[in-house]
Write a protein that binds this ligand. Structure first.
Ligand SMILES: [Fe+2]
Length: 384
């Protein structure tokens, strides 16, 4: 814990203020992200926690260094601090439904604190009550329509897996924040993200980094016409979206799905509760800064409502979303966090998009704890 400053005896103690530094990025277009080394984050006082919370909303991504000792329960408590009335699961779904979802293969619940998920890569033993488990870093193989060849991956080429926000998008409101703790990271060799969308774009990243872009920049850099479109549009999310899309294949740059009629029909889905369907604006307002951000999970969208008119034709829906989203992932706008063991990243899940990156080998051991909680309230719309 950071030591308190000395204070006059008749005054309440004044805690040390946390000191935030901008994250180092090679691009001037990345205007978000700070880091802080506060000692043990689980022992911050109320004033410091307030400061941390404000930093997350203001800077969107906060890297808290040296938190190897943060236990799952303390991570849950810290995450809950951002949304005390939050529901248990950020990705939603009962366990029986999770078993059918595309998210299941990447996440293992910590037995004592199931709200915290274990993820990563490689075989690990005796971890937080889990005797033995084989973790798999998400690979674009089997998910992207066009795959890199073995020879390309051998040369260090890789992909954005899927640009997204953490959210169930059915029954549960999107979490406000996600906390992601790196306990073990693989060798820090460099790889090259190939966008594979005809642009020729590439991005150098360290192995297994997590990529972020600012939803604020994504919105503010749109042309006036597209900004007006985004402000007027709402996304209709599919019922049980991660089951609905489980056979669909991603575009190479991770911006959305190819339209190949692979989505499940209503008859192939678990029972649908119409009241749980989610329709959300494309533009969300930050409750602290008042800035507006383009925020959506294109993979889960089945329709759009524009000025009261609904578009259900999936290929057209995806064409429009792609036009909105693709400029946001230009290499100069991406911050790919190069993880160090002990990094705890707290990101504003209603202000940034993120993507898993990297092609790991079985021997590249990566051990992370992730926590996010479905919010008790929907995001603020564009007119908030
Ligand atoms: Fe995620």
């Amino acid at each position: 814990m950071v030591a308190a400053n000395s204070v006059p005896s008749d005054a309440a103690p004044v805690s040390s203020r946390l000191s935030f530094e901008p994250l180092r990025s090679s691009s001037a277009e990345v205007d978000f992200g700070v880091e802080v080394s506060p000692g043990d984050v689980s022992r911050l006082d109320a004033a410091q926690l307030d400061q941390l919370e404000r930093a997350v909303y203001t800077h969107q991504v906060v890297v808290v260094r040296d938190q190897l000792e943060l236990c799952p329960r303390a991570q849950l408590e810290l995450t809950r601090r951002f949304d005390p009335r939050a529901r248990s699961y950020g990705h939603g779904h009962r366990n029986d439904l999770m078993a059918k979802s595309v998210l299941t293969r990447d996440l293992v619940s910590i037995p004592e604190v199931p709200q915290v998920k274990l993820l990563g890569n490689g075989r690990i033993y005796d971890h937080e009550g889990i005797p033995e488990v084989e973790l798999h870093h998400p690979s674009h193989h089997g998910f992207h329509r066009d795959e890199l060849s073995a020879e390309e991956e051998e040369r260090g080429l890789t992909r954005f897996y899927r640009w997204h926000i953490d959210a169930a998008l059915y029954d549960y409101h999107p979490p406000k924040v996600t906390t992601l703790l790196a306990l073990q990271v693989p060798e820090n060799r460099m790889q090259t993200v190939v966008y594979g969308d005809g642009s020729g774009d590439t991005l150098e990243v360290s192995l297994g980094s997590t990529a972020f872009i600012s939803g604020v920049t994504a919105f503010e850099r749109l042309s006036p016409e597209w900004r007006a479109f985004a402000l007027a549009a709402k996304a209709c999310y599919a019922p049980h979206p991660y089951i609905w899309m489980k056979h669909a294949r991603s575009l190479a740059n991770g911006v959305g799905l190819a339209s190949e009629c692979r989505e499940l029909g209503r008859g192939d889905l678990p029972e649908v509760d119409e009241r749980a369907l989610m329709t959300l604006p494309l533009v969300w307002t930050n409750p602290i800064t008042g800035k507006r951000a383009l925020m959506l999970h294109a993979y889960c969208v089945e329709g759009l409502i524009i000025d009261g008119r609904r578009i259900d034709e999936l290929a057209e829906v995806r064409r429009l979303l792609y036009a909105l989203m693709r400029p946001a992932i230009a290499p100069a706008r991406v911050y790919a966090h190069p993880w160090r063991p002990g990094d705890l990243v707290i990101f504003h899940n209603r202000g940034v998009w993120h993507s898993v990156v990297g092609s790991l080998k079985p021997g590249d051991v990566r051990v992370y704890h992730q926590c996010n909680l479905a919010s008790s309230e929907p995001p603020l719309g564009p007119m908030a």
